[in-house]
Ligand binder design. Sequence first.
Ligand code: RUB
Length: 324
Amino acid sequence: MKFPEEVLRIANDIRLMKIRGAGRIARAAAHGLRLAAQKYRGRDRDSFIKYMREVSEMIKNTRPTAVSLPNALTYIISRLMKRYEEGYGLMELKKTVIDSAEEFISYSLHAIKRIGEIGAGRIVNGDIIMTHCNSSAAISIIVAAHLRGKSIKVYATETRPKYQGYITYKALREKGIDVTLIPDSAARFFMKKVDKVIVGADTVASNGAVVNKIGTSLIALAAHEARVNFLVATETYKFSPVTVIGELVEIEERSPLEIVDEKFLKKNMLIRIRNPAFDVTPPEYIDAIITEKGVIPPQAAILILKEDYGWVIKDYILKIVSEE
Ligand code: RUB
C-alpha cells in the first residue's frame, strides 16, 4: 500500500535522527498516524484498519530501542481497534485516530512540563549537575530549577559520536544557565565536583533498569563510586510492558560511518567497528526515577507498568499461556 509522502518523510526523519530523542520520536509517530488518517481517501472501514496498521508498523520499524515509539502507536491503534470492534463508521474511526494522536501529543508535552516541576523540587541551591546526551525531560528539570531562582551549574557531556550534548549545551545556555561542555571520557574526572546526575530515558524495564544513550551506564558507575545522586527523568510512556514477560530491549547498532569517515573506512577495509547507540543502567545505580506521576524508586517501575499497561501485559501473558 502507498503511504502519504509526509508520513514517509516523518519515518525517514526518525530513521536518520533528524527527529530524535524518545519523547520527540513518540510525538512524531503520533503525528504521523494523525496525518495518515487525515490523508486516507479509501471508502471502507476494513481497508482503513489494514492501512492504519501498516502505517503504524512502518513507523515502528524506524528505530528499535525507544519504547516510547511503539507505546505511542499502541495508544492510538488500541483506541482505533476498540471503536472498530464497536462498529463505528469510517468517519468516526478517522476521528478516533486524529483525536487520540492529539491527546497523546498534548499528554506528552504536559508530562515533560510536570517532570520539570516535580524534579526542580529535588534541586538544591548551589547544585552542580551533570547530564548526558540531550533529554527534554532532564532539561525540563534543570530549566525549572533555574527559573525558581536556584543557582546551578551544569556539566553537559558531548555525547559522541552524534554530539547531542551540543544541543543540550545550547538549550541551557539560551536560558542563561551556567553550563560547561565536557568530553564523555571526562565524566569521572568531574564527578567529584558534581551533586546530581540527571539523564533521560529511552526505555525503562520492569525491573527499573534504564536504557539511555550509550555512555549513561559508565556515568552511573562513576556517580555510584563517588556517591553522587543519579536521577532519571522520564515520562511514563517510556516504561516497557514487554519487559514484564522477560523480553530484552533491543539495543540499536548504528553505522560505523558515525565513528570514522568513508575515506578511513576505505583505507582500512579490515577494520571492525561497533557503534551501539544505547546502554543499560542497572537499577542498583539509580537513586530515583522522576516521572510526571511522581518520583519512584527504580524497583517500583512494575507498579507504573501495572497501572498504565496492565491490559497489554494481560494480553501478552494470555498469549504465552495459550501457546504453551
Ligand atoms: C536520545 C537519548 C535521550 C532520551 C531521552 O538518543 O538517549 O537521552 O531519548 O530524551 P537519540 P527525551 O539522540 O539517539 O535519539 O527526554 O528528550 O525523550
